[in-house]
Write a protein that binds this ligand. Structure first.
Ligand code: AMP
Ligand code: ZN
Length: 138
């Protein structure tokens, strides 16, 4: 537990939350500033700052909790789809530095703009990034 972490305080009950799912290692609760109706956060009960910090076996359990919560949210909200968003580092938009997955129900014409707005890359550029990234995956 990180004493300065809002989500650790939610896990320990020091801060209230609107819980929707809980198992041994995972917890899901509603976001207090929902992007759309039913927006929730699925967190690991243990404090890990980012996706790169959690051990693989625990991540497997957490992603199953994301899937369960996503399925229930789709039924409850009658959404047309949903986004799973997960930010790592302040520059990516991470405000709470305790690993969490957003589940954001999406509705036709909900006008939420999550577009990544990329520009087209040429084959040489893609090949260069392929080489650089693959080097670290060996
Ligand atoms: P991120 O930008 O990915 O770190 O997202 C943090 C999310 O946590 C935001 O969508 C906030 O609205 C949400 N949030 C912050 N504090 C609380 C809280 N006490 N209970 C529920 N959601 C929270
Ligand atoms: Zn924490």
């Amino acid at each position: 537990m990180d004493e300065n972490c809002v989500f650790c305080k939610i896990v320990s009950g020091q801060i209230p939350s609107t819980k929707i799912y809980e198992d041994e290692n995972s917890l899901a609760f509603l976001d207090i500033n929902p992007a759309t109706n039913g927006h929730s956060l699925v967190i690991s009960k243990k404090h890990y700052a980012t996706l790169l910090d959690i051990p693989g076996a625990e991540l497997e359990e957490l992603i199953l909790a994301v899937q369960k919560t996503g399925a229930a949210t789709m039924k409850a909200t009658k959404a047309d789809g949903f986004n799973v968003l997960q930010n790592n580092g302040a520059v990516s938009g991470q405000v709470i530095h305790h690993l969490h997955f957003h589940i954001v129900p999406r509705f036709k014409n909900d006008s939420l703009n999550l577009s990544l707005g990329g520009k087209k890359a040429g084959q040489a550029e893609l090949a260069e990034w392929q080489k650089r990234i693959k080097k670290h995956l060996k």
